[in-house]
Design a protein around this ligand. Structure first.
Ligand SMILES: Cc1ncc(C[n+]2csc(CCOP(=O)(O)OP(=O)(O)O)c2C)c(N)n1
Ligand SMILES: [Mg+2]
Length: 381
């Protein structure tokens, strides 16, 4: 094999230190032949998925600044890593997200209404208002709610994959993490189990180079995050996470292997957290925002793919703007609907603890029933 795809035939070290890329920063292909067969419908779906995340995030952040929701975490600049991997998943697979993968859920069928209901913590929230905003879940589409504790998602993902293996379930489990997550003990336990048990999982690290205010340079002494997989006998790939086609092909390689029960793969998708960590953060306090501007501008993943699609005639000039406008209408309509929905019924507070609420829970519920309630059920002071 020649061209960029020969990367997959490299030795372990070369794959974990290299950087698989199909589209250059300016939108030109690294190798014309390598993307000659690009499917127009797939390309348009990837593009649409990325624009959807960008528009939704901007709208929700505005809502937070207006005081209408308590908290929000954006994924600006990471859309290629999110959508490029989401597009590989199949309905039978399970997804265990970390902080910034709501776009994977949306791509798989999580509705905007359910996503926004969770952020409001209203009666339509499948988690009954018990989680912070930005913890969506979708049982129907096998999208597990994010566990807030960094890195706990990885043993969850590997454990689900092991269960699928034992039960003879044909799917694959996709587990996500951030660069910060790879410094926690759970990461090492999970990778070890994945390697030993050949768990059918695809473990994806979105290396956005920041863990709140901790930069990648002090996160690890390993030359790359991908290299950490090798010690556990897990094949590791390092990919340009702002190149949606590179992500799509690398994750396809990993998922195909897991579907053949050929073992797990650990992917480092190199990207950048262009936004603040969350609506509670101000990154100008701890980093050079001049660097951010570079990632926000010339390295923007949507701009890069848009240039390629325009050159191929897969989208028309102005189509991105029209698409963004259409999505913004959908998001605004979903917000308008969900903002009207009231808080979850007070009785739901004691659901799901025991099969039948105990006398103690019922007594506590009765004791709080007459207390005044906040108008906005999810307003974090
Ligand atoms: C065990 C644990 N420690 C600390 C935190 C607080 N915290 C939330 S997100 C975060 C950083 C996560 O960084 P990374 O894994 O790189 O993900 P990113 O935010 O960049 O997507 C920290 C320290 C937490 N949620 N859980
Ligand atoms: Mg990070």
């Amino acid at each position: 094999m020649s061209g960029p795809f020969s990367y997959f035939e490299g030795d372990d070290d070369a794959k974990a230190r290299g950087l698989f890329q199909l589209i250059r920063e300016d939108g030109t292909p690294v190798d014309d032949a390598a993307i000659a067969g690009l499917d127009r419908d797939l390309a348009r779906r990837l593009f649409e998925g990325m624009v959807r995340i960008r528009v939704t995030d901007a709208r929700m952040m505005a809502l937070q600044r207006q005081g209408r929701i308590g908290f929000y975490g954006e994924a600006v600049g990471q859309e290629a890593a999110i959508v490029g991997s989401a597009a590989v998943t199949r309905p039978e697979d399970w997804i265990v997200p970390a902080l910034r993968e709501a776009g994977v859920g949306l791509y798989r069928g999580l509705t905007l209404d359910s996503y926004i209901a969770q952020i409001f913590g209203n009666a339509g929230d499948p988690t009954k208002g018990r989680q912070m905003p930005c913890h969506p879940c979708d049982r129907e589409h096998h999208y597990v709610v994010m566990s807030s504790c960094v890195s706990t998602q990885i043993p969850h993902a590997v454990g689900i994959a092991m269960a699928m293996q034992i039960k003879g379930d044909p799917g694959v489990c996709f587990g996500y993490m951030g660069d910060g997550g790879t410094s926690e003990g759970d990461f090492h336990v999970a990778l070890n189990f994945a390697g030993v048990r050949k768990a059918p999982c695809v473990l994806i690290c979105q290396n956005n180079q920041w863990a709140i205010s901790t930069p990648g340079t002090v996160q690890t002494a390993a030359p790359t995050i991908a290299l950490k997989g090798i010690g556990y006998g897990v094949e590791a790939l390092r990919v340009d996470g702002n190149d949606v086609l590179a992500v799509y092909h690398a994750v396809t390689y990993a998922a195909d292997k897991a579907r053949r029960r050929g073992g797990p793969t650990f992917l480092e998708l190199l990207t950048y957290r262009v936004s603040a960590h969350s609506s509670s953060d101000d990154p100008s306090r701890y980093r050079d925002e001049g660097v951010t501007e570079v990632w926000k501008g010339q390295r923007d993943p949507i701009r890069r793919f848009e240039a390629l699609l325009l050159a191929r005639g897969f989208i028309a000039p102005g189509e991105r703007e029209a698409l963004a406008q259409q999505i913004e209408i959908e998001v605004r309509e979903a917000i308008a609907r969900q903002e009207q929905v009231g808080a979850p019924a007070l009785e739901t507070l004691i659901d799901d603890v025991f099969e039948e609420p105990t006398w103690l829970l019922r007594e506590q519920l009765a004791a709080i029933a007459d207390l005044p309630r906040a108008k906005n059920p999810h307003h974090h002071g």
